[in-house]
Design a protein around this ligand. Structure first.
Ligand code: DGI
Ligand code: FE
Ligand code: FE
Length: 191
């Protein structure tokens, strides 16, 4: 890998507990495999996989402070959806602490939770790898793995449907990027 893997791994190790650290390594490995299969950028996908959840365990007050310091304005929905914060903060953290990395890495991290319309290949790869990494064992993960072998878009469509369904069941607000991502796959990427 062309980036400083040792620095990145010690950085995520210091930010994350054991299971989320293992998850990050698994997502990176999976993203690398998908990059090989689908012609994505192996280094970008692997690096984004390592870093994608780097700020997932940041305490609430610290995250709010980070947004303030970096002049990041959250929408009302985002302020009320703490699960989305680590993608927004994580992307800004990467830009700040790893200026040597291509923007494609922070972009993939930025959209790994919600998705968005018209994602790049590397963004899709991270999004799907996060659903099917070796540590995932939710009901339906096998179907997601089968779909991933068929096409990334088929897996994205199913993943987004699952997320929207689950959030609706729990009366949790759905981010516009999540809805846009779902509609875009249905309207433009159905094969
Ligand atoms: O960080 P991970 O757990 O590996 O996975 P992730 O970054 O995909 O986060 C999943 C969580 O994010 C899950 O609890 C659902 C939540 N989420 C995903 N899309 C949306 C969302 N939450 C809200 N409120 N709105 C969304 O559109
Ligand atoms: Fe995440
Ligand atoms: Fe993750």
């Amino acid at each position: 890998m062309i980036y400083d893997e040792g620095k990145i791994i010690s950085d995520i190790r210091s930010h994350l507990g054991d299971s989320r650290y293992t998850h990050s390594l698994n997502v990176a490995t999976c993203a690398k495999e998908l990059a090989v299969k689908y012609g994505g950028d192996v280094d970008i996908c692997y690096t984004a996989g390592l870093l994608h959840d780097v700020l997932k365990e940041q305490p609430r007050e610290q995250a709010l402070e980070f947004f303030k310091e970096n002049s990041i304005a959250l929408t009302e929905l985002e302020l009320n959806a703490q699960k989305l914060w680590h993608a927004i903060a994580g992307a800004a953290y990467i830009k700040k602490n790893y200026p040597e990395l291509p923007e494609a890495v922070s972009d993939a991290v930025r959209y790994h939770t919600t998705g968005k319309a018209a994602m790049t290949l590397d963004e899709k790869i991270l999004f799907v790898a996060d659903f099917i990494s070796a540590d995932r064992d939710y009901p339906g993960v096998d179907e997601m793995r089968v779909r991933t072998q068929k096409s990334l878009e088929s897996a994205m469509e199913e993943g987004l449907r699952f997320t929207i369904w689950e959030l609706s069941e729990k009366c949790v607000p759905i981010h516009p990027d999540t809805v846009d991502a779902y509609n875009y796959t249905l309207l433009n990427e159905r094969k």
